[in-house]
Design a protein. Structure first.
Length: 462
């Protein structure tokens, strides 16, 4: 049980954050130690929030936990969720403190580091066993799931296994695990023994100036501040072939650090989370209006939703639900569906469900496709579950282009079909649909009254 200990303490002030969002602490680990334990504290009672992460002597990222864990460990065979097990090399290790929120009077912090030559592995290394044995074959159809989920690998309360089984109970086809700034969840996903549901690996790159989802197996450096920093980040994600998806771009909650995206002049996103679970409806509608404006500029951006599920906080898994059309039910196939704009978002896993078809010159088109201007027949099939229809007032289906509201239909039945022959202006750029209850169904202005129930990505007009 021989160990060495090193302690660091100090006070951080707003001027420190102005200079840099991060404070670095270095400690020299002698040879022969195999277990690192780090404990830290800060003045929460003053409203301070100090995050923490670790890099090893090779400057390899070894984990991040925000401010959700005050005690962490790393050994060769296991680590605190959020941190990456592996070789414990001697040399200069780096602790990174993130200055998320610093009180005007300062924030005192303390970091204690212990290293043991030997200590027993305290992990249980239990594998997740799911209820079913084989995945359903669902190629060439719409699949439903949740693209924004957190586990104990960041600030979530549920393990990956618990999330998977909750998703199975909801009948989801896929889930995406997007823990904040870390990739330890990706290693657990690789060992997951559950073929009944598709688990998409990902990371929510959570800066103090905006949050971005990147679905795939790679760590991206979250230390970004300037417009150029974010431009470079978008390029880095794109160069890997990943989707760049902007999360909850309008979030005015001061306690949600960096949730409101600062650089709305930035371009290069493949998708925007226009519907975020815990975000108030009116703020989500600001995101919808902004997305609509970008579409009107001629950009091609898919609409996605995410529950931002953390467990135990009143936010339900898959509320909202993102539906994706895929010809190949795999991680690559589902993500390709997002890239192609084959998405719609519903409030619940049960719907409402949208099916949109446009017939033109003997061809059939649907969400994400491109059509030409001219006469076309549009067919809209809508399925509303009984709970939804009884919970709200008049439910409307809106047909929308860059020129505004083209048509409003009143939904009276659980199953409804609407057909319309329309003249499509080639300058309209797109046609999209929404289902909801609206104060004024012919207005796109956000308000505190409207209730969004479903929304589709566009059919684009060449």
């Amino acid at each position: 049980m021989e160990y060495f200990i090193e302690e660091f303490d100090g006070v951080l002030f707003p001027r420190d954050k102005e200079l840099s969002d991060y404070r670095y602490i270095y400690f020299n680990l002698p040879k022969g130690y195999s277990y690192i334990e780090i404990e830290y504290s800060f003045e929460k009672e003053k409203g301070c929030i100090i995050d923490i992460g670790v890099f090893d002597p090779q400057n390899i990222f070894r984990g991040w936990s925000g401010s959700s864990k005050q005690k962490i460990y790393i050994i060769e065979t296991s680590a605190t969720p959020g941190y990456i097990a592996g070789e414990i090399n001697s040399g200069i290790w780096t602790i990174i403190l993130g200055l998320a929120k610093v009180a005007n009077s300062g924030c005192r912090y303390r970091v204690v580091i212990k290293a043991y030559r030997y200590r027993e592995d305290i992990s249980n290394n239990q594998r997740c066993l799911c209820k079913e044995k084989s995945r359903r074959s669902i190629n060439g159809k719409w699949v439903k799931g949740d693209l924004h989920i957190h586990t104990i690998h960041s600030d979530g309360k549920d393990s990956l296994c618990e999330v998977v089984n909750k998703a199975l109970n909801l009948g989801l086809d896929y889930i995406a695990i997007t823990d904040h700034n870390t990739i330890s969840q990706l290693y657990e996903i690789e060992t997951l023994n559950c073929s009944e549901i598709l688990v998409i690996p990902g990371i929510e790159i959570s800066t103090y100036y905006g949050h971005i989802n990147a679905w795939g197996v790679k760590w991206f450096d979250f230390r970004r501040k300037s417009f150029d920093d974010f431009k470079n980040l978008v390029n880095e994600i794109s160069q890997e072939g990943f989707i760049v998806s902007l999360n909850h771009p309008f979030n005015f909650d001061e306690n949600c650090i960096g949730c409101d995206f600062r650089y709305k002049g930035l371009r290069g996103f493949n998708s925007i989370e226009i519907w975020n679970g815990p975000t108030p409806t009116s703020w989500n509608m600001y995101a919808v209006v902004w997305w609509h404006k970008l579409l009107s500029e001629g950009l091609t951006i898919s609409a996605v939703g995410g529950s931002d599920y953390h467990g135990g906080d009143g936010v339900e898994l898959a509320t909202p639900t993102t539906w994706i059309y895929t010809n190949n039910f795999s991680v690559e196939g589902v993500l390709q569906g997002i890239k192609k704009g084959k998405t719609f978002v519903s409030k619940y896993p049960s719907g409402p469900i949208l099916d949109i078809k446009i017939y033109q010159n003997g061809e059939q088109y649907t969400i994400g496709d491109r059509i030409k201007g001219g006469k076309a027949r549009i067919v809209l099939d809508v399925e509303i579950d009984n709970n939804t229809s009884s919970r709200y007032g008049d439910i409307m289906l809106r047909l929308i282009s860059c020129n505004g509201i083209l048509k409003v239909f009143s939904i009276k039945e659980r199953l409804s079909r609407f057909e319309e022959v329309i003249n499509i202006d080639s300058r309209s750029k797109f046609i999209r649909t929404e289902i909801g209850c609206y104060k004024d169904p012919y207005s796109l202005e956000p308000n505190n009254v409207d209730e969004l129930l479903a929304l589709s990505s566009p059919i684009y007009i060449s």
